[in-house]
Design a protein around this ligand. Structure first.
Ligand code: GLN
Length: 555
């Protein structure tokens, strides 16, 4: 297929109605997967209606994880779905908020760029939104941009976004734009039927602002029957085949296959009058088969963290564990364990212990304890970012005898700041801008486990942190047996620590979870889950069972 030119790019807008949490991100990502499977280049984008300039400072309790892109943007977790489903990296341009839009417009106004004009939502805010959508097509050669509008139609907040896409449709026409609306079709038990009224209302709300959807994605427990489809089609003024059933599934990676069976991709290509190859979904079908077959073999991973009330706070970590599990033919059960009331019994039965990234002092001692248990009891351990710093603190205290060792983030007075700001960071720390964000090279040292796991000399991994292992104390840690398997190319920054003579004790300063794909698990996750699966097999079977056949290593 020839390289698409900016003028050829088609825009798909995905809006949501009735209620939130219908899985708009997964729906958009699944459409992306289908278009990729038909040979197109696709970029996805999320527009968030809140006023925060970016989600970097928002509480994961409320908002779920902060997803970090290669180019170092702190973004919404839906971008993780986009990357996992389409296998394309997102970027800074892939997510923006109402706050970010207003911020740019107000900065321009202060600079006098509007030459004294009255600055208004229409056209100034809407123009900024339109530019930020169009720029994705202009900066990259893509066939489709899929833009997901956060929030629910009818919210005051999302109005400027909807107005902007309405204008874009007027500017570019139906040959270049398509509106897809996701709604809920609830089943009312006592009436024994599905109800279309919420969908009707939501479509009306959308029309009131001038947007007539071309297709409806109807989320429901069961598939839609013919009568319901017909009724929705009639009220929403769309052809019957444009009412797509998005029934519940037990594994979100099945959604692209459900949409395919509903003819979603053909619907889109017909709308734009484009011909394309039949979809190549073999690898995806294979993946689903493997996931389904993995069910009987459970592996328990204790994820020791602070935000245990909300799984979304660790979305990419949990997904990466699942990917690793399917590779080995096992089903990873993640147990979220609160680091604040951690006990030895709480980790009973864990085949692996994972400490993810985090900020702030709360629950730190519980995490140190969890790392000690993993090290002493030879339970596979994967530490990520804070989880690596915790492993270093634990090792310093209990192996090197550095009593009171800590990260300067949690105890500025510690006699052994084994994790600290770099000297040059200290000078600028008042300015606040010292967070290391985005992909950086990591050199993997010969003869280490890290090198063996990745089987490469240099890898690129995403970061989001301020503190580093303290080079002044590093030597003492290494002398006692802590191995630095990976560092920055100049060896100043520790990127991976590991313990030899342990089934699996590896921790990274970077965030491997953002690079994991369902068909290509991230190597640290893959091998961590592999080690945990071995432990599970030894625990459950009196005789060591044959491990499930693993597919070829592809990472
Ligand atoms: N709080 C630690 C730091 O800033 C770890 C950050 C993280 O885990 N993402 O270095």
């Amino acid at each position: 297929m020839s390289q698409p030119k900016p003028g050829d790019t088609r825009f798909l807008f995905v809006t949501g109605g009735v209620v939130s949490s219908l899985g708009k991100g997964i729906a958009a990502a699944s459409i992306g997967r289908l278009l990729v499977s038909r040979g197109f280049r696709v970029q996805l984008q999320k527009l968030d209606p809140y006023i925060n300039v970016d989600p970097g400072t928002m509480s994961p309790f409320q908002h779920g994880e902060v997803f970090v892109t290669e180019d170092g943007a702190e973004t919404d977790l839906d971008l993780g779905h986009y990357e996992r489903f389409t296998d394309e990296n997102t970027s800074r341009a892939s997510n923006f908020t109402a706050g970010g839009v207003y911020n740019s417009v107000i900065r321009r106004e202060r600079r006098g760029d509007y030459l004294g004009a009255t600055v208004q939502v229409i056209p100034h805010i809407t123009d900024e939104i339109k530019n930020r959508i169009l720029i994705v097509a202009e900066s990259q050669a893509v066939d489709f941009v899929i833009t997901e509008i956060g929030g629910t139609v009818g919210d005051i907040e999302s109005l400027p976004f909807l107005e902007a896409i309405r204008q874009l449709y007027t500017d570019l026409g139906p040959e270049r734009c398509m509106f897809i609306h996701l709604t809920l079709v609830p089943y009312i038990g006592h009436a024994g039927e599905m109800k279309t009224k919420p969908t009707q209302h939501s479509v009306n709300e959308l029309r009131r602002i001038g947007v007539q959807p071309h297709a409806l994605l109807c989320r429901s427990e069961q598939g839609l029957d013919r009568d319901i489809r017909r009724k929705i089609a009639l009220f929403a003024s769309v052809p019957e085949e444009a009412v797509v059933s998005a029934r519940d599934v037990d594994n979100t990676y099945k959604v692209p296959l459900v949409f395919r069976a509903e003819g979603m991709d053909d619907l889109i290509l017909d709308h734009f009058k484009i011909e394309a190859d039949t979809p190549a979904l073999g690898d995806w079908e294979e993946l689903i088969k493997r996931a389904d077959a993995s069910r009987e073999h459970k592996v328990k991973i204790a994820l020791v963290g602070k935000y245990v009330q909300l799984e979304d706070a660790y979305k990419s970590v949990i997904e990466a564990l699942a990917h690793g599990g399917w590779h080995h033919g096992v089903d990873v059960e993640v147990e979220l364990v609160s680091s604040e009331d951690l006990s030895e019994e709480g980790l009973e039965g864990a085949d692996g212990i994972l400490i993810p990234g985090g900020f702030g002092e709360r629950g730190i001692e519980g995490k140190v304890e969890a790392a000690r248990i993993a090290r002493e009891r030879e339970i596979p351990y994967l530490g990520i970012c804070l989880g690596m710093q915790i492993a270093v603190v634990e090792f310093a205290r209990h192996v090197c005898g550095m009593e009171g060792a800590n990260s300067a983030e949690f105890d500025p007075e510690t006699p052994f700041p084994v994790v600290d700001l770099l000297p040059e960071q200290k000078e600028v720390s008042d300015l606040g801008g010292t967070m290391r964000l985005g992909a950086d090279p990591v050199k993997l040292h010969e003869g280490t486990r890290a090198r063996e796991i990745f089987d490469e000399a240099v890898i690129y991994k995403r970061h989001r942190h301020r503190y580093e292992v303290n080079n002044q104390l590093r030597r003492r840690l290494e002398d006692e047996g802590l191995v630095c398997g990976g560092t920055s190319p100049d060896e100043r920054l520790v990127e991976i620590v590991e313990l030899p003579d342990h089934p699996f004790f590896v921790a990274s300063q970077f965030h491997p979870e953002f690079n994991s794909r369902p068909t290509r698990p991230e190597p640290l996750f893959r091998d961590f889950v592999g080690a945990a699966a071995e432990r599970a097999a030894a625990r459950t079977e009196p005789e060591p069972a044959e491990p499930a056949p693993a597919p070829e290593r592809t990472a």
